[in-house]
Design a protein around this ligand. Structure first.
Ligand code: GUN
Length: 281
């Protein structure tokens, strides 16, 4: 059996069309476009690609967007001061500080400085806490995008066994909370898990968010399972690879995300959705 492809690129395009309509509807009632501010520290080429994509996404849906490109030597105080200024800027609804940050910056304190109502990454302890308490507010973009991919498959999430591989603050943990909220029985596998293959094989939904090429072989996938590949690595030629051995896993799964074109576009559209929500509340 060959899996159906979860085409994040196409689903995200449909969602962007809806967002564009919402922006036009706002304009028709005299409301300004939603505004997103991105802070980029240093000149990491991959971060620059991501930030460029965010700017283009904003343009496509008619958002106001600004990018503050800061030196790698920026101080903690300067960065926090810039965030505080954006917190009170009435033209800005969403603030995103591109990660990773240089070593001398305390990223936790930076995220804590963002007004939770403008935290369109959904990384602030307030927003993670709201999700944990089943009262989600602004939801982390990649898990939110993945939930929309899962909705697309029409599978019953209540009672489904879901295994998330990787327990990072920004991916695995909020992903687990999203799946729990949807009624799944959730297993989070991490670096101390004794037999990750065993917990993957038990799952109706496998989500791998590690960033290790080839981590998930086909024989970890239960027949008919849904496979979501979040881990992205770049080889020396710049080609992107996921955690999942796609050719093998697609022989077992019912649905599978490609890399690229699966989760990535959904993360980007979730950022636009969050910015629209922040502008509307
Ligand atoms: N770096 C890579 N992905 C992301 C993201 O989704 N948000 C932020 N802030 N930084 C990132």
């Amino acid at each position: 059996m060959a899996a159906q492809i979860l085409d994040g690129k196409r689903i995200a395009q449909d969602l962007r069309t809806e967002i564009r309509q919402a922006v036009d509807d706002r304009a028709a009632t005299g409301l300004r476009p939603p505004g997103l501010a991105v802070l980029l520290v240093g000149s990491d080429p991959v971060s620059e690609i991501y930030v460029g994509a965010k700017r283009r996404d904003c343009e496509q849906v008619g958002y106001h967007s600004i990018v503050q490109h800061l030196s790698a030597n920026v101080t903690q105080e300067d960065l926090e001061e810039r965030i505080r200024a954006l917190n009170t800027d009435p033209s800005i609804d969403g603030i995103l500080v591109q990660l990773p940050l240089p070593e001398h910056i305390d990223a936790h304190r930076i995220i804590d400085t963002i007004d939770p109502r403008k935290d369109v990454d959904g990384f602030h302890p307030y927003n993670i806490g709201r999700l944990a308490l089943r009262r989600p507010a602004l939801r982390s973009c990649t898990p939110k995008g993945i939930m929309q991919l899962l909705e697309h498959t029409n599978i019953e999430l209540k009672g489904a066994e879901a295994t998330v591989i990787g327990a990072s603050n920004h991916l695995g943990r909020p992903m687990g909370l999203e799946l729990l909220l949807a009624g799944c029985t959730v297993t989070l596998a991490h670096k101390f898990t004794r037999d990750t293959g065993a917990v993957a094989r038990n799952a109706d939904i496998v989500i791998s968010a590690v960033g290790k090429r080839g981590l998930v072989p086909g024989d970890w996938i239960k027949p008919g399972a849904i496979v979501i590949d979040v881990g992205i690595t770049r080889d020396d030629d710049g080609k992107l690879h996921g955690d999942v051995v796609f050719e093998e896993a697609s022989q077992h799964a019912s649905w599978i995300t490609p890399v690229p074109g699966g989760v990535g576009p959904m993360t980007r559209v979730a950022l636009l959705q969050n910015t629209l929500i922040a502008a509307s509340t």
